[in-house]
Design a protein around this ligand. Structure first.
Ligand code: F6P
Length: 328
């Protein structure tokens, strides 16, 4: 046990994700268990710069494991991109005699943490929290499973009305420039087509495949489109193009948007977040820093922040091939 760590601060940053509260709860409770003081930092790095801290104890995080969002709020801080901003943040941590920082967020969060660690040699540990699942070094990020269930539920509902009206629906889902949500939810909801940025199969192939589905007797179709997909300029242009070139369907569009970021976290995300929260505290106690906690083959692993930020979590092309077979 490294007795250097007596006070830990925790923050959430970037796009929020269901399960972040479970991770905060695990960090605070693990600190209480190991008799380490814990401070919550509000509004991510901006709160760090403004000294928006609040000491937390085991009771501060009661009844939040099941709550979506983050009680510590999140924000994107331009000021933290400046050396002056990071210096203010460092001074606030020193003033509060805080020894280490736990960062719950995505690659943008970890990039900031890595720079901060290098500039001030201040111990940081990252916990991957984003619905996009696009972080290298972990099979899953906190929030991904809940977002998948939210999207599959929405697709099932859209399937009902698509079938009633013999329509083709384009459903846009989040994921920024990664297709993990689209691919997994598309397979889970039995979508006829799944368009992701990692695989541009082109408009002609899309039309041919939709025509094949129609000719095989499908009276309606669902195309899941990842927001980062480049097949069309945007999902509305794509809908207009399909309607113009494929007279078989009436086409409608649904953009699921930010509802994918909310909701009570799934049990999977609660367990993942709890494991990552406890592990991050224990890593700091053991003197580790500048690393991210991940899960691989259901085991807790660590990866240097630099690798997590620079690496690319590759999509499972097998799923894509399988979805093609199943949409015959
Ligand atoms: O990174 C999570 C995410 O939801 C992405 O999927 C999406 O593109 C982005 O955040 C939206 O950002 P904002 O909440 O700032 O609109």
């Amino acid at each position: 046990m490294n007795l250097q760590v007596k006070k830990i601060a925790v923050l959430t940053s970037g796009g929020d994700a269901p399960g972040m509260n479970a991770a905060i709860r695990a960090v605070v409770r693990a600190c209480a268990y190991y008799s380490i003081d814990c401070f919550g930092v509000y509004r991510g790095y901006q709160g760090l710069i403004e000294g928006d801290f609040k000491q937390m104890n085991a009771r501060s995080v009661h009844n939040i494991i099941n709550k979506g969002g983050t009680i510590l709020k999140s924000a994107r801080s331009q000021e933290f991109r400046t050396k002056e901003g990071r210096k203010k943040a460092y001074e606030n941590l020193m003033e509060n005699e805080i020894d280490a920082l736990i960062l719950i967020g995505g690659d943008g969060t970890f990039t900031g943490g890595m720079v901060f660690n290098k500039e001030f040699n201040f111990p940081v540990v990252g916990i991957p929290g984003t619905i996009d699942n696009d972080i290298y070094g972990t099979n899953f990020t906190i929030g991904f499973d809940t977002a998948l269930n939210t999207v599959v539920d929405a697709l099932d509902k859209i399937r009902d009305t698509a079938s009633s009206h013999n329509r083709l629906f384009l459903v846009e889902v989040m994921g920024r420039d990664a297709g993990f949500i689209a691919l997994n939810s598309g397979v889970g909801a039995g979508a006829e087509e799944i368009l992701i940025p990692e695989e541009d199969l082109g408009l002609d192939r899309l039309l041919l495949s939709l025509e094949r589905s129609r000719r095989s007797g499908k009276s309606s179709s669902i195309v899941v489109v990842s927001e980062g997909d480049k097949t069309g300029d945007n999902v509305f242009e794509l809908a207009a193009y399909i309607e113009k070139n494929l007279a078989l369907y009436e086409v409608r569009v649904s953009v699921l948007g930010h509802m994918q970021r909310g909701g009570s976290p799934s049990c999977f995300d609660r367990v993942l977040a709890s494991r990552m929260g406890v592990k991050s505290v224990e890593l700091l106690i053991d003197g580790n820093s500048n690393i991210m906690v991940g899960i691989d083959d259901n085991k807790m692993v660590t990866i240097p922040l630099e690798k997590a930020v620079k690496g690319k979590h590759t999509i499972n092309k097998e799923l894509l091939r399988m979805s093609d077979i199943l949409s015959v």
